[in-house]
Design a protein around this ligand. Structure first.
Ligand SMILES: Cc1cc2nc3c(=O)[nH]c(=O)nc-3n(C[C@H](O)[C@H](O)[C@H](O)COP(=O)(O)OP(=O)(O)OC[C@H]3O[C@@H](n4cnc5c(N)ncnc54)[C@H](O)[C@@H]3O)c2cc1C
Length: 467
């Protein structure tokens, strides 16, 4: 006897008639995998996942969601810790099978489909000694990262990812497909360089690539945690005025519990300096020498390494599935008081997996004017990020509270600007959006009104359309 289909299977069947790619509904064998994102704390149940095969599918899925009044989420690499790539009871435009990458070495650009990861890009560009400034973990999505900033190991030499976005193919809220570049839809091109997923679905990015590798010099030193203040201050002083080739961070973390380490070091908290020299490794060795002598190292893993290997070297330390609440704040300066605050709060981490990291910015990324891209103000040279990570759901409240209290203590050292690629759960909403985009907010709201007047793309650092 035939069983009457549920409304949800109706929905999936109706979409499947129009889509080339797979349609995944709650009764599908792949549903749980399709709704899972990198942050294990996110547990959302979409009504349907549209695994789009191409830009035409994206437009179809978007029109379908609009016709049925379904909330819309867009999934690139699924890494955003706020879990905005999925939505309860809505439709997910899932680009995870659109991962093509094609390099044009002659024009020094790479075309990247909207669901690709940085590993996909690096594997194509690295054999030519070229790299697009992207992320430092290989399975992070290009799309989310590229639309909200993009701080890489080459950031101080080549700028942020947004500074290297030459053009983008975009499916707009009404299903139209446009190209945004300096010469076409220039306002949209400006907005995409920092405004996040507010303006449409990017099905292809054209990014500038730069000479890099095949070998680079990697800096990675762990010092005793007792020396935290001294090491962080020494790092700050040593990198002030450093050449643009040097992008580094000061951090507090715990060493992994692995057989390769002596027992006394397994799991030990440490203060470290890490980063990369984007140039000749011989010069890199020289330029980082002082950073390797800030105190007596517990471990020094610095040395020349293939860029491709380096780009995957952090992957094992950022596995999918753990619970995460990551939040960032730009600091006015890394003053002695800010260092003391950072060291004190790092000492209170409720979870050994939590990474506290201060990235040195500036260089090429700091020389871009606040109005030149939607990203906004670049005057801060220091970005504090508290990457809280734990396994037990019972630890949710304490880890989230800790992160908020840490950021609260650091706020007096900051202009209040956040980095939307490390957005917590985006719980501050409009207040954080206005504070972080500053003078660019009004222009962003006008562009939003032109391209997405109904605010269909709202699962992000949402910019409300201007009235
Ligand atoms: C392990 C790890 C390492 C990281 N390292 C870095 C780093 O080195 N540098 C850095 O700057 N950031 C880094 N990040 C932060 C990262 O930039 C963000 O998590 C980013 O959102 C990831 O992009 P995604 O495509 O994977 O995310 P998703 O969760 O898929 O998407 C996030 C949001 O982006 C928008 N979006 C996604 N795809 C599209 C599209 N095709 N078109 C339009 N909008 C889209 C949507 O609004 C979506 O909600 C890291 C994050 C993690 C988890």
């Amino acid at each position: 006897m035939a069983v009457a289909p549920t409304p949800r299977t109706h929905l999936a069947a109706a979409l499947a008639e129009r889509l080339t790619g797979a349609v995944i509904s709650p009764d599908h064998a792949e549903y749980d995998a399709a709704r899972r994102v990198w942050n294990g704390m996110i547990d959302k149940r979409p009504a349907v996942v549209a695994r789009c095969a191409d830009a035409a599918d994206v437009a179809t899925a978007m029109r379908f969601a609009a016709e049925r009044g379904l909330p819309l989420a867009v999934r690139g690499g699924g890494h955003n810790v706020a879990g905005t790539a999925v939505v309860d009871e809505g439709l997910v435009i899932d680009l995870s099978t659109m991962r093509g990458v094609s390099l044009d070495a002659a024009t020094r650009t790479v075309h990247v489909q909207g669901g690709a990861t940085w590993g996909d890009v690096d594997r194509v560009t690295a054999p030519y000694g070229l790299a697009a400034p992207g992320g430092v973990v290989s399975d992070t999505g290009v799309a989310g990262l590229a639309l909200s900033g993009g701080v890489s190991h080459q950031r101080r030499r080549d700028g942020m990812t947004v500074d290297n976005l030459v053009s983008a193919e975009v499916v707009l809220a009404d299903g139209r497909r446009v190209r945004a570049s300096a010469g076409e839809h220039a306002d949209l091109h400006w907005a995409l360089r920092g405004g996040g997923g507010n303006f449409g679905v990017v099905t292809s990015f054209e990014l500038r690539v730069h000479e890099l590798g095949p070998e680079v010099f990697a800096l990675n030193v762990a010092y005793p945690i007792e020396d935290a203040v001294r090491v962080l201050a020494g790092w700050r002083d040593a990198v002030a005025g450093a050449p643009d080739e040097l992008s580094t961070a000061g951090l507090v973390w715990s060493l992994p519990v692995v057989d390769e380490l002596p027992e006394s070091l397994r799991g030990a908290p440490y203060v470290g300096v890490a980063g990369m020299w984007a140039g000749d490794p011989v010069d890199g060795e020289r330029a980082t020498r002082a950073l390797r002598e800030l105190s007596t190292p517990l471990l020094d893993l610095s040395g020349p390494v293939s860029y491709l290997d380096f780009q995957a070297s952090l992957d094992p330390y950022f596995p999918a599935g753990a619970r995460r609440y990551w939040k960032a704040l730009y600091l006015d300066g890394f003053s002695d008081a800010a260092i003391t605050t950072t060291a004190d709060w790092s000492d209170r981490r409720p979870s050994a997996q939590t990474l506290v990291i201060v990235r040195h910015c500036g260089g090429a990324m700091g020389r871009v004017g606040a109005g030149e891209t939607a990203f906004g103000d670049r005057s801060s040279e220091w970005m504090l990020s508290v990457d809280s990570t734990w396994d037990d759901p019972a630890g949710d409240a304490s880890n989230i509270d800790y992160t908020r209290a840490f950021l609260g203590a650091a706020t007096p050292h900051s202009n209040g600007q956040t980095y939307f690629n490390f957005p917590g759960l985006l719980e501050e909403g409009d207040a954080a959006v206005r504070a972080s985009y500053g003078a660019n907010h009004a222009r962003l709201a006008r562009i939003k009104a032109a391209y997405d007047p109904e605010n269909r793309f709202r699962l992000n650092q949402n910019i409300r359309p201007a009235a």
